[in-house]
Design a protein around this ligand. Structure first.
Ligand SMILES: Cc1ncc(COP(=O)(O)O)c(C=O)c1O
Length: 494
């Protein structure tokens, strides 16, 4: 099966304009300690840094936004002035106010991937570290002669290195999903794989079903592709399959993106009967199902599940794309991921890929192939360490923050903690002053105003560091005063 042909993209002017009601829906209550215009500018600035408001789009006309927000026009005028002063907006003669990235500031998505300042404990990234030096040295020594052979070729492999494609196909076959190399595309990580799929299957304005909460960078890819997300909840109890079915039926999304194995951030594992119903519902609505298996091998208490596509019913559409990665089992710095899809779609994706990076690095792929072959040497000890760290984090939370609650996930990398009150953003801001970098739960959704009561706390750091982080979080919570740090908010607004 292959995607139905789509018309060429035609963008109208509206793609570059933000509607007043659309913006109003993203903004919090403007009342507070500061004047409303400052709160307005601060909130819009934060949304620009966060990527929720795109760069180079036109903000609503002042009068329209004032009406939508039920504030005076002077408030919006002063707010826009402040945004211009801070470099977050620019006026174009006769054509309104346009968003910009201020000089010297980074989008939040970039900031989050960079190391935090000084001695801060980083709970914002859930990425395991610690590829053993010996394993790495052996692998490098073994691939060097192979690299020398490749150096006699041009070195472009838009589908991925043939040997790595075959190894990934065999891996799927061993897991119960018969796969040939033609069904595999090697990518620079799972995120790259997802962006390629979105680029080929979707057009601006298409609907995409996502989970709420979900993996933020995937949501960001959808925002940037100007897709409309329709979300289905994932609670501590997992997915509500009836909501999944009715959303697929009613929204008829072009694509549905799910993380059924040790879901990020909740850690939930979708039960088998729900997988069957999901597949059937996606087939009925004609939606492509994009299954993200990035965390599948981080099975701490249960066996790693087989690929969802093994359950694909005969007569189904076969419209399933499975994404995988070495980022969590090995190291994100390898930048090696893949996707499995019908061979025809793989060829279309390779075409898209040529337009972006033409192919991955041969050295990285040789290294990945070598390390994949020896995954047995690394994974058991990594899982044991994650189990120990998960227990240390849970114990530290129980001891220091007894009002907080969570469910111990059967796998994955984090606890999805309920704070018993909607203080996550304030606490995350204040935690910076206490040397902890963490994201509010609201960062994990495209729905406005939710998960202010949640924090994702990864257990990827050493146990002692996790204990210290929890002590600092408890101190930050107990301090109760407004945060003095301005690191995560636009710093030009006190
Ligand atoms: C669910 C999920 N998908 C994709 C990714 C991105 O993985 P990669 O580093 O392979 O691009 C992550 C990383 O945290 C993730 O948690």
């Amino acid at each position: 099966m292959h995607p139905t042909p789509l018309p060429p993209v035609t963008l109208d002017r509206d793609d570059r304009m933000l509607g007043s009601r659309q913006l109003a829906a993203m903004l919090p209550d403007l009342a507070g300690a500061r004047p409303a215009y400052r709160n307005l500018a601060r909130a819009i600035g934060a949304l620009i840094l966060d990527g929720r408001i795109a760069l180079h789009v036109r903000l609503p006309a002042e009068r329209e936004l004032a009406t939508a927000l039920n504030v005076s026009r002077a408030t919006v005028t002063a707010g826009y002035d402040l945004l211009r002063e801070g470099g977050f907006a620019r006026s174009r003669q006769g054509s309104g106010t346009w968003t910009e990235l201020p000089e010297g500031r980074r989008p939040s998505g970039v900031d989050r991937l960079l190391a935090p300042e000084e001695s801060a404990i980083d709970l914002a990234r859930a990425a395991p570290t610690g590829l053993p030096a010996q394993l790495l040295a052996d692998a490098l020594a073994q691939v060097t002669p192979q690299l020398a052979e490749h150096a006699h070729t041009p070195g472009y492999h838009p589908y991925g290195l043939p040997g790595l494609r075959s190894a990934i196909a065999e891996r799927f076959t061993r897991r119960g999903l018969a796969t040939v190399p033609e069904q595999i595309l090697v990518t620079s990580g799972a995120q790259h794989a997802f962006t390629l799929v979105v680029g080929v299957l979707c057009r601006p304005g298409d609907r995409v079903m996502v989970e709420s909460p979900s993996y933020p960078n995937a949501l960001e890819a959808l925002r940037r592709a100007r897709l409309r997300t329709v979300s289905v909840p994932v609670t501590d109890a997992g997915w509500d399959v009836e909501i999944l079915e009715s959303t697929l039926r009613q929204a008829v999304p072009r694509l549905a993106y799910l993380i059924p194995d040790f879901h990020n951030p909740t850690g939930c594992l979708m039960p088998d009967p729900e997988r069957d119903r999901l597949l059937r519902a996606a087939a009925r609505s004609g939606s492509w199902l994009v299954v993200d298996e990035t965390l599948t091998d981080l099975a701490l208490d249960v066996p790693a599940p087989p690929p969802i596509a093994t359950r694909s019913a005969p007569g189904g559409t076969g419209q399933v794309v499975t994404i995988g990665s070495m980022s969590k089992t090995h190291w994100a710095g390898l930048r090696i991921g893949w996707l499995r899809a019908p061979a025809k779609l793989i060829t279309e994706l390779a075409g898209q890929r040529v337009a972006t990076d033409m192919g991955g690095s041969v050295l990285d792929q040789l290294l990945a192939l070598n390390l994949l072959d020896r995954a047995g040497e690394l994974l058991p000890s990594r899982l044991a360490r994650l189990r120990e760290q998960r227990a240390a984090l849970a114990a530290a939370l129980t001891e220091n923050l007894p009002r907080w609650s969570w469910r111990l996930p059967p796998g994955g990398l984090s606890l999805w903690v309920d704070l018993a009150e909607p203080v996550a953003s304030t606490l995350a801001d204040r935690a910076l002053d206490y040397g902890v970098r963490i994201e509010s739960g609201s960062y994990f959704t495209s729905d406005p105003g939710v998960f202010e009561q949640r924090l994702r706390i990864p257990y990827t750091l050493p146990s002692e560091t996790l204990r210290e982080a929890v002590r600092r979080l408890a101190a930050a919570l107990a301090a109760g005063s407004p945060p003095s740090s301005s690191a995560r908010r636009p710093h030009w607004i006190a």
